[in-house]
Design a protein around this ligand. Structure first.
Ligand SMILES: *Cc1c(COP(=O)(O)O)cnc(C)c1O
Length: 300
């Protein structure tokens, strides 16, 4: 079980808000916290079905690709990563995420962005089966019923004394699991790291309670969009609390939580538990992008 770490900052003391972080990032150095949760029951299912190959999709810095490579390797599966971007064919060795995934035995199949959009069509999946043989398909973002079941294990009984549970949101599977295992009197706040209104519907497909809401003001322009203010925030947070955050998900969520605290959104004596879903493997890759854009980089 991972610890809930208390965050100590003058702002929190001043506003009398208690903030704890569930350090799911500590589950594994490379397998991002919630991606590990999402894989657990999928790997059990694949084994039951007698599949020895796992196939999945992702972008070049994907936490899901990294997690599948590591967890698959450890559980004795062969892994195939279908990666967005044909141009990576020749340059993937310079990409820290793909380099590590390759070292864990993952085979890559690079496809164009337009093919990637159709990746879950029957005809494309058939093409993949003709090329790689039979496989267990892990959806991109990893959201399916076994993944939700894994995310239902993030909260434990001892967490029931928190008023709010905060969680970053990509495809929405993680928050759905958290909602399902929360107490009805708790409030679950999701912080999407991308723009779009489709998310609520996606979450409703899997969530069995209504005690949640999305705070949509902290996506910083969209998925994988990062600016100097966010980088400075993450570096400052780490130097003051010793807790590293990732730039795509948890950094945006913590920025949002502290901004809401500043604005008086939470009453005095409120107890907040923020889930650190991991994602730290992506920092090195993001720094390559930030350097190119001449933005400040993240401290390692
Ligand atoms: C994928 C991911 C999320 C988002 O999870 P969803 O289930 O897609 O909403 C949040 N944090 C990190 C670190 C992730 O890798």
């Amino acid at each position: 079980m991972v610890p809930n770490q208390k965050v100590i900052l003058p702002l929190l003391e001043e506003k009398e808000v208690n903030l704890y972080i569930k350090r799911e990032d500590m589950l594994h150095p490379h397998v991002s916290g919630n991606k590990y949760r999402k894989l657990k029951y999928n790997l059990i299912e694949a084994e039951k079905l007698g599949c020895s190959n796992l196939l999945t999709f992702g972008g070049a810095f994907s936490n899901h690709i990294a997690a599948t490579a590591f967890a698959g390797n450890k559980a004795g599966f062969k892994t195939i990563g279908v990666i967005r971007g044909e141009e990576l064919q020749n340059s993937w060795k310079q990409n820290p995420t793909l380099k590590l995934a390759h070292e864990m035995g993952m085979k890559f199949h690079f496809i164009s962005r337009s093919t990637f959009r159709l990746k879950e069509s029957d005809s494309f999946l058939k093409e993949l089966r003709d090329t790689f043989g039979d496989f267990y398909l892990l959806p991109e973002g990893g959201t399916n019923p076994p993944a939700i079941k894994g995310c239902e294990e993030i909260l434990v009984e001892a967490d029931s004394n928190f008023d709010h549970i905060c969680c970053s949101v990509g495809a929405g599977g993680t928050i759905a699991g958290i909602i399902n295992s929360s107490k009805p009197e708790q409030s679950i706040l999701g912080f999407p790291s991308l723009k779009g209104n489709f998310l609520k519907q996606d979450i409703r497909k899997f969530a069995r309670k209504d005690n949640w809401d999305l705070i949509t003001d902290y996506h910083f322009g969209g998925y994988a969009k990062v600016d100097a203010e966010l980088v400075d925030f993450i570096n400052d947070f780490k130097s003051k609390t010793n807790i590293p955050l990732d730039p795509i998900y948890t950094g945006k969520m913590l920025f949002g939580i502290l901004d809401l605290v500043k604005k008086g959104f939470f009453k005095p004596n409120t107890r907040i538990l923020a889930i650190h879903t991991g994602g730290l493997q992506g920092i090195k890759g993001m720094n390559l992008v930030l350097k190119k854009k001449e933005l400040p980089i993240l401290d390692l």
